[in-house]
Design a protein around this ligand. Structure first.
Ligand code: HEC
Ligand code: HEC
Length: 331
């Protein structure tokens, strides 16, 4: 596969955008200043041990269901618990700007993670998606799969300085609604914009038939073969931004298809559907004051309802948390 090199001409402006970029850069702000998005060309790697390892890493991201999914022949290699691919969410094998890309990830770990209350490695982060997004079990710590995935991420992060933010990471940051996102309104948006591919029942469309380890043409958004309730995609803010920047398929963050309001509501509809449940979620975020406001499971450090943590509005929750933090610091 030939990876495209998408580079905007205005270098000075992109340098400025980099300095301004926050952890989750606002799409509106980035749209004004063209960013420089460079995808290293995997075809230029030689066919040696390193090149083959990086390509195996890319294959694990793009064809996860066929290589380590729950239906592969060798039962010892069934690590993922559902038939999604990593690139069901990390668009174009993790090379798409604001498609939760892997570019720059290698330069950003190890780092502190509120979910565990400790500094974690990139391997830990990958295992997080194995256990939540893929509803499966961790990969063998130093096994060939983990080494290949990390190698691919290192390759994709070529030229990204350690510790510097990479604009275009994650999925963007739309303005939030000042009302709760509305799953009923979202259902109508789903039916007219999403169901054609993902199915009216959200179960997606398989390449072939159950048991063939070929995965999906259009992945399931809920139901038993989707991500579990502890996954990032099961939080409203991540899901709404992902959808706004990337869905329907082919959408880019520069040219979103849905209005922000529609993206928030359709995300709420998806979040309100059943999916596999992860055990022990109450142990996430040992310091509950560090728990993101949209984590849709208890316990919470504040008095807001589960409903409001799921669907917003989030500004009042943030204000309450801020007060609790000040109290904790004795201010
Ligand atoms: C159902 C969607 C989904 C699937 C499938 C998925 N992920 Fe993720 N992944 C996410 C979300 C959402 C995030 C969090 C993005 C953020 O922090 O804003 C994430 C974050 C990550 C990160 C950290 C990225 C960063 O910018 O810091 C890594 C690394 C990662 N995933 C690896 C994987 C790997 C490897 C697989 C396959 C084994 C996988 N993911 C499958 C949704 C998914
Ligand atoms: C033309 C077909 C198509 C349409 C229409 C479409 N999607 Fe997708 N969607 C995909 C494909 C294919 C993927 C996997 C990633 C990729 O290859 O782009 C995906 C991935 C996703 C994912 C992450 C993976 C998962 O299983 O959860 C979500 C969430 C999602 N779509 C939501 C939506 C929403 C919401 C809409 C409607 C606004 C929508 N999609 C419309 C084809 C489509």
């Amino acid at each position: 596969m030939k990876f495209k090199r998408i580079a905007a001409a205005v270098l000075i402006m992109s340098a400025a955008a980099e300095v301004c970029a926050d952890v989750k850069p606002a799409i509106a702000a980035s749209a004004a200043a063209p960013s420089q998005w460079i995808v290293p060309d995997i075809d230029k790697l030689p066919d040696d041990e390193w090149g083959r390892t990086v390509r195996y890493g890319r294959d694990l991201i793009a064809k996860t269901a066929s290589l380590i999914g729950p239906e592969v022949k060798d039962s010892a290699r069934r690590f993922a618990g559902n038939n999604l691919n990593c690139q069901s969410c990390h668009i174009n094998a993790g090379t798409q700007e604001y498609g939760i890309p892997f570019i720059g990830v290698f330069a950003d770990f190890p780092k502190y993670r509120a979910r565990t209350g400790a500094v974690g490695t990139m391997e830990d982060r990958i295992q997080g998606c194995m256990e939540r997004s893929m509803n499966g079990k961790p990969l063998p710590a130093n096994g060939p799969e983990m080494i290949a995935i990390v190698s691919y991420m290192k390759f994709l992060s070529t030229g990204r300085p350690v510790g510097e933010p990479t604009p275009g990471r994650r999925a963007g940051a739309m303005p939030e609604l000042d009302r709760a996102a509305d799953p009923l309104r979202g259902r109508k948006i789903f039916e007219s914009n999403c169901a054609a591919c993902h199915g009216a029942d959200g179960r997606g469309q398989r390449v072939g038939s159950i048991g063939d380890a070929k995965g999906y043409v259009f992945p399931p958004l809920w139901g038993p073969d989707s991500f579990n309730d502890g996954a990032g995609m099961n939080t409203l803010i991540d899901a709404a931004n992902f959808i706004h920047s990337n869905m329907p398929q082919g959408t880019t963050w520069q040219n979103p298809s849905l209005s922000p309001e529609d993206a928030w509501d359709v995300a709420a509809y998806i979040e309100s559907q059943p999916r596999p449940q992860k055990a022990n979620l109450e142990k996430d975020f040992p310091n509950k004051l560090e728990k993101p406001v949209d984590e849709p499971y208890e316990p919470f450090p504040d008095d807001f309802s589960l409903e409001q943590h799921k669907f917003g509005p989030f500004a009042p929750i943030r204000a309450a948390i801020k007060k609790l933090r000040q109290k904790q610091r004795g201010q």
